[in-house]
Design a protein around this ligand. Structure first.
Ligand code: ADP
Length: 496
């Protein structure tokens, strides 16, 4: 059965015919009839042609979101919370379809996309449902006869532009807080992985969301994406993607003086001290470097290990890597699938070209025919100034450097333009405290990695972003502040 056949019954029928733009509660083709081809990384097969939305499609989607905004805000937080809770239940009910769509489109194994992925996504939506009816402003202490208060209001229309890795999680990380406080949305999924976003409108409608509150424009970044960023009725941009594109978006948004929330790239470090549980540290290093073929922005694949434990650590990493099941992501026993696209595969190959790999036992590496697989790589001996060492590779590559003294470990960890995440392995409380204060990053994991809940905020430092994702703090970015001052006794002009 072809990949497209497998998807039948899981995606809305109009989408399979190229009507992938959702505005005003209807699926539509692009106004100019343009399309682009969507390909599965599992076998390189063409899935179907997706609408290539441009300026006019963006105009229609923004108009739909703008028209729906006042009523969505006016129903109040408790009613919005009910819709979001019902949406979370719909996500859980649709986990088979969401999982299949993500696996066929992005190559992430079905064991992860089909169960835990939608579960976590639903948890996140419920977290923001819980905040929707608890939003409040402030009242200030004023002299008698005067009152002053501050209210928070939604902006109106927000653009949510998402990347190709983790398409469900990234879409909902934006959608949930944006909707909870009463904004409406135009979503622009990545051109490589638009399928998951095609399932969401039906789930939202079943949950009771009025038409027009969420709109989807499929298309290319420089076309639909850029048109959204510069649209005069889009008040704020929430973007997750590469630092390079984030810079471009921030510049364009700056011209139009609108705010941005940017979650960008990373090149995070995992420090292993000699007093650490070396076996667990090796587990963490292998997991963070190779899960999702390394296509995770918070991956801590820049390993910094104390010289006297390098041999033991490396031996354990090699043994653990040899047991990971790389292969067909539709096989429920597979742990790591292909990378997202041919272009990404070639980019990784370019960045790792000439790097001398540590010898690995790769019997467990079983690529599918035509699939975009990249062999995992561990490197110890490389130029620290090379593109391999400095660039976010977004592929299955672990680099290892050694240190002798604690200060050197933290210096190496911070020797990057990025500051998204970090992980530190030690049994010393003093070293753990040093890691907390020394590593310049938005989230630091001590003796663990990738442990997050919807309540824990992540905010990229340095070139890893502007703004916050997750947690109570994220929702405030999608509301603006309005202060109101009242004088009971009549105002007298200073000119009088
Ligand atoms: P990558 O480089 O890894 O493919 P990007 O960061 O370029 O990823 O893309 C992330 C998202 O940003 C995608 O939805 C993409 O279409 C969109 N995008 C790319 N370029 C622009 C742009 N100039 N303006 C707005 N959105 C863009």
């Amino acid at each position: 059965m072809s990949m497209l056949e497998k998807l039948r019954g899981h995606l809305p029928e109009p989408c399979l015919e190229g009507k992938t733009i959702w505005t005003d509660g209807e699926w539509r083709s692009a106004r100019h009839g343009s399309t682009f081809t969507n390909v599965s990384p599992i076998d390189g097969s063409r899935l179907f042609d997706v609408a290539r939305g441009m300026g006019e499609d963006v105009d229609a989607a923004v108009a739909s979101a703008r028209a729906a905004a006042p009523a969505w805000h006016a129903i109040g937080g408790a009613a919005r919370a009910r819709v979001l809770r019902a949406f979370a239940a719909e996500i859980r009910g649709a986990s088979a379809s969401l999982g299949l769509a993500e696996t066929i489109d992005a190559g992430r194994p079905i064991a992860l996309t089909g169960a835990s992925g939608p579960q976590r996504a639903a948890d996140l939506v419920e977290f923001y449902a819980g905040l929707a009816d608890k939003l409040s402003g402030r009242v200030y202490d004023m002299p008698a006869g005067q009152s002053a208060s501050m209210v928070r209001e939604p902006y109106g229309v927000i653009a949510a532009i998402t990347p190709w890795n983790y398409p469900l999680a990234n879409a909902l990380t934006k959608l949930a807080p944006i909707l909870a406080c009463g904004n409406t949305v135009v979503m622009k999924p990545a051109e490589q992985t638009p399928l998951v976003t095609m399932i969401l409108p039906e789930l939202l409608r079943k949950a009771g969301l009025p038409d027009g509150v969420v709109n989807v424009v499929t298309g290319l970044g420089q076309e639909a994406g850029a048109a959204l960023v510069s649209h005069r009725d889009v008040a704020k941009i929430s973007f997750t993607g590469s630092t390079q594109t984030g810079r471009r978006i921030a510049a364009l948004a700056g011209e139009h003086l609108k705010g941005v929330v940017l979650e960008l790239g990373g090149k995070s470090a995992l420090i292993v001290f000699d007093d650490a549980d070396i076996d667990r540290a090796a587990d963490a290093a292998v997991f963070t470097s190779f899960m999702n073929q390394g296509q995770t922005c918070t991956s801590c694949n820049r390993i910094i290990v104390q010289r006297n434990v390098l041999d033991e650590f490396l031996t354990r990493c090699r043994a653990k890597l040899a047991r990971i099941r790389f292969g067909d992501p539709l096989d429920p026993t597979t742990q790591v699938g292909p990378v997202v696209s041919k272009q990404q595969m070639e980019r990784i190959e370019r960045l790792t070209d000439g790097i001398v790999p540590v010898p690995l036992d790769l019997d467990c590496f079983r690529p599918t025919d035509g699939g975009y697989f990249v062999k995992p790589l561990i490197a110890v001996d490389f130029d620290p100034e090379s593109a391999f060492a400095r660039t976010e590779i977004f592929g299955p590559a672990m680099s290892i450097r050694t240190f002798d003294h604690d200060a050197e470990a933290f210096r190496l960890a911070n020797d990057t333009e990025y500051g998204l995440a970090g992980s530190c392995w030690t049994s010393s409380l003093a070293r753990a405290e040093m890691a907390k204060s020394s590593i310049q990053a938005g989230v630091i994991w001590i003796n663990c990695v990738h442990v997050l809940t919807p309540a824990v905020p992540v905010s990229g430092h340095k070139s890893s972003g502007i703004g916050i994702e997750y947690g109570v703090d994220a929702i405030e970015q999608y509301m603006r502040v309005k202060s109101v001052v009242t004088l009971a006794g009549g105002w007298t002009s200073p000119f009088a």
